[in-house]
Design a protein. Structure first.
Length: 212
């Protein structure tokens, strides 16, 4: 089963993808990792993308989707995969279909903008090991200090209020239209993402069981 995770920034897509990956025994594939793998292996699609990157240009949608297709065709993923970071636009979603990349389910974590701003504003990240915390949901044992390595915690630039609002605006404009696309195909699974991680995981698993 090939699954994509949708939802606004900070909705918990990465967390739920990890839970699903363990539960279903499938691989989580990030666009960045697929791209780096294609370049490292010297695959034509990877070298094509690298040519854009070396010029400081964005990799075009069709090249990104071509890399995803190539990876799925040349690697044994067993039971399937969870795609992280693609598709990001309606054009990419259509290209996946046109290139024959089968998507079985599109999970949409439903979280409102106000809740997203509260979540991301409370996130703290270790400057050394990258461990993440939340001042309410997952606070460190000592305020401002990483439990794992003892280094200082900071607010990432991406989590600054003005940046969060800008990212939400981009999501609503560019990514949200994908929801209707997969809904029309009968593949969209909306899941309330405002509950705890555990409760959201249970809802998600129940929805997938009904699909299968």
């Amino acid at each position: 089963m090939n699954i994509i995770m949708l939802g606004p920034p900070g909705a918990g897509k990465g967390t739920q993808a990890e839970v699903l990956s363990r539960k279903l025994g499938v691989t989580t594939l990030s666009t960045g990792n697929i791209l780096r793998s294609a370049i490292a292996e010297g695959r034509p699609v990877g070298l094509n993308a690298k040519a854009f990157m070396d010029k400081g240009q964005l990799v075009p949608d069709d090249v990104i989707i071509g890399i995803v297709k190539d990876y799925l065709e040349t690697h044994d993923l067993g039971k399937g995969c969870i795609l992280d970071g693609v598709p990001r636009t309606l054009a990419q979603a259509r290209m996946l279909d046109e290139m024959g990349v089968a998507i079985d389910a599109a999970i949409s974590l439903e979280v409102g903008d106000e809740a997203i701003e509260e979540r991301m504003g409370g996130r703290r990240t270790c400057t050394k090991c990258g461990a993440t915390y939340h001042i309410v949901a997952n606070p460190p044992k000592v305020e401002g200090v990483c439990d794992k390595c003892g280094e200082a915690l900071t607010i990432r630039p991406d989590d600054q209020p003005e940046t969060v609002r800008a990212r939400l605006s981009v999501y609503h404009e560019q990514t949200e239209p994908i929801l209707g696309y997969y809904k029309d195909q009968g593949k969209l699974i909306p899941v309330d993402g405002t509950a705890s991680v555990e409760e959201t995981s249970e809802k998600l698993a129940a929805a997938l069981e009904q699909l299968s």
